[in-house]
Design a protein around this ligand. Sequence first.
Ligand code: NAD
Length: 693
Amino acid sequence: MSEAAQYAVRDGIAVITLNNPPVNGLGNALRAAVMEHLKKAEADAAVRAVVIIGSAKFFSGGADIREFSATRLPPDLPDVNNQQDSMGKPLVAAIGGFALGGGLELALACHYRIALPRSQLGLPEVKLGILPGSGGTQRLPRIIPMTEAVRMMTTGAMISAERAKELGLVDEIVQGDLLESALAFAKQAIGKPLRRIRDQKAKLDGDPKAFFAQVREQVAKESKGYPAPLEIVACAEAAATLPFDEGRKQERVGFDRLMKGTESKALRHMFFAERQTAKIPDVPEDTPVRTVKKAAVIGAGTMGGGIAMNFANAGIPVTLIDMNQAAVDKGIGIIRKNYAATVAKGRLKQEEMDQRLGFIKETTKLEEIKDADIIVEAVFERMDVKQDIFRQLDALAKPGAILATNTSTLDVDQIAAGTKRPQDVIGTHFFSPANVMRLLEVVRGKHTDKGVLATTMKLGKTLKKVAVVSGVCEGFIGNRMLEKYGQQSLFLLDEGATPQQVDGAMAKFGMAMGPFTMYDMAGNDIGWEIRKRRYQERPDFVYSRIADRICEQGRFGQKTGKGFYKYEPGNRKPIPDPDVQKIMDSYRTEIGAKPRAISDEEIVERLTYALVNEGAQILEEGIALRASDIDMVYLTGYGFPPYRGGPMFYADTVGLDKVLKSIEGFQKGYQGAQWKPAPLLVKLAKAGRKFNE
Ligand code: NAD
């Protein structure tokens, strides 16, 4: 008998126990075992009902995603579902924990479903750019109201057992021993007529045409050109208007189409990329980690406050330190306001807010870091200030404490050099707003101890971040690439584009926002400071001076009401400003540039390939461990559209030869000398290879 699922008979009831840890993924072995056991139960006259049960935590987490790219061996899940449909004995799914995707489809092909109160049910396929491909789109709307079914499938959100019971997806919520309850439930079902979901009508009142026209419009708006949700709506409509088997056929066609599409490949890439970031080749998984039970954050400004919230949210007591009481009060005030806003939205309970605030201790005395297991410095971005703090930390921190810096541009090794314990120093580059953004760049210094790195990566997980390792270089992975992107965005203005045209093209490509909206939001003065430094240090790195002209007029962005756009008081909506046009016109005259019409396509290529080319450089230098890490940085920190898989994956889908050819074309254009194809890109393009292989 197969190990992936066990078979036993108790009091005339067959029990099929799914046994494919950790999540009861429906890989080939498990599918084959379930199929074999179902047939056996059907053939055995002594068996009068069947219970399918999983583990305490997972009924089943669904399909084994690794099998997606391979040829699937029979039996496939639809074959198993067909077997379930053909059974002449009641089938009961006993759901403890999660029933997701294919796992829920397996349960939907049973006659009954019972669940424990803590169980969660969902069809999250949409998150991977596909749809429930084994009858889910046809069965779910036949058992719960269509509106709810569409919502569950297009958002991929899970529902609780209680909600599932209300909707009719679960027949009974049971307490105590799940198997015993399932056996009792199965026993009373013996002899009753078998109700298959496939034989029911979809739960939709009124005219399907009108209903789906409205749903389609709504979903199209929310899904922004990403195809899976609309394909799901089409299948749901088929469930309401076609016989079951016809609907199943449509579902299969839609599933195959999505599976082959770039969007789904990108989302699956993202799924695996996220799991890769924690793997560091020379730091084995069993590297001993240090305990992190107490934290301290120095600097209660924009970043420090957000970072402290991360610790508090994870239940780690944190001491928040600033230079004077006014600065501390200001920081705590903002933290309080942030939590209160979440409470007002109903996403946090007042008691939870109070509890989290209780984890944050405020002070102006640096010596209070003495008990902390990790200290995160988030003071002004100046080497002398940071070095001075680290010298003091060296004297005050307990032995073995991790000394982390949130610097976004400074050399972590130089900061570490001022201490007697450079092995304990590491960069933790949080992104703004730090309590919201998922990305955490973990900067590994020359002397950073492997245990310190492993501990910080683990802490990232505890803080619910996507922690990506970066080597030391100016800007690390994300901002170093962004500088090239920014450089091109401004060159485009020199050549005749407007901020709104560039932003529009990038938003259409799928970026959360275009570059000029982003600069105005972050504050143009930050980039100005960096450029002023660059003019001295790197005269080879040429900038358009339009951004300087903008800053010279005090147009620092949203905070001053004017930047590359203008803003109405209290409103963040960027409005094109004729004054910016004048600044651009006069600068173009000054440099003798004749404005030309620039296509959206060129804008997208110039900006994304600027990221890709620098990404290739970063990869070759070993600053990033792998191409998919660079993708994760952009997906989680810079608003790159998930269904494009990150810049490196996007380049792979375009074809590296094409990317290289475009870059070679740009070399002949405006400021062409600023384009130097990265040797790794050239090498891979010539060999017909990809960044993510
Ligand atoms: P901020 O100006 O908002 O806050 C800095 C805080 O540090 C201030 O409250 C200041 O009073 C305090 N401070 C300065 N010197 C101190 C000292 N000696 N002891 C105690 N407190 C001191 O700055 P920020 O935007 O929060 O940036 C902090 C760090 O984070 C910088 O290194 C910055 O480069 C980095 N960073 C910023 C962002 C961002 O978007 N703002 C993003 C990532 C990283």
